[in-house]
Design a protein around this ligand. Structure first.
Ligand SMILES: [Cu+2]
Length: 174
């Protein structure tokens, strides 16, 4: 028995919608993005703005809207190796506390030095900056682009500083 064409079309449309919903939040995790050194308690994270064209380029490593979660143990050193690969838009990075609304532009960072600087104007395509800070307090934070409007448009992923984790981890949000 053959399925009616209208039903087939409906199934295909549903599949397409499902795939689209997934790609708006994120893509694939590359295990080389995160390196952990237990001896020095340092997590090195490769953070690429505009890695893909998802969310109009306003993504980190292809993820937006909290779709990627970097977990680090409390007290570890974090080094963000930031690079902007977006051919169109400038981007910046700062770590901010989670709040009910994502800010529309720069605010003070949640940890000392947890910012690329040039928050408002951002870094243009091909530019990079290293951000080093100590994840001194546990909690939920955002890795946030502070160029006005970008964060509110979804250009943020998550940083979880954990009092119980024994090593850094990278995961897609459920
Ligand atoms: Cu941005």
């Amino acid at each position: 028995m053959r399925l009616p064409t209208s039903l087939m079309t409906g199934v295909l449309l549903l599949c397409a919608a499902g795939a689209r919903a997934q790609t708006t939040k994120g893509g694939k995790i590359d295990p080389t993005w995160l390196r952990a050194d237990a001896a020095s308690k340092t997590a090195d994270f490769k953070l690429v703005a505009g890695l893909t064209d998802a969310n109009g380029g306003m993504n980190f490593n292809g993820f937006s809207q909290g779709g990627l979660v970097l977990t680090v143990p409390q007290g570890w050193n974090v080094v963000l190796h930031f690079k902007n690969e977006d051919p169109n838009l400038p981007h910046s990075v700062e770590i901010i506390a989670e709040a009910p609304a994502v800010p529309s532009g720069p605010i003070p960072p949640a940890f000392e030095h947890a910012t690329t600087g040039r928050l408002e104007q951002g870094f243009t395509s091909g530019q990079s900056a290293d951000v080093r800070f100590v994840a001194a307090k546990s909690g939920s934070f955002l890795i946030f682009c502070a160029v006005p409007g970008h964060g509110a448009a979804g250009m943020w992923i998550r940083l979880a500083v954990s009092g119980s984790a024994d090593k850094p981890a990278l995961a897609a949000a459920p």
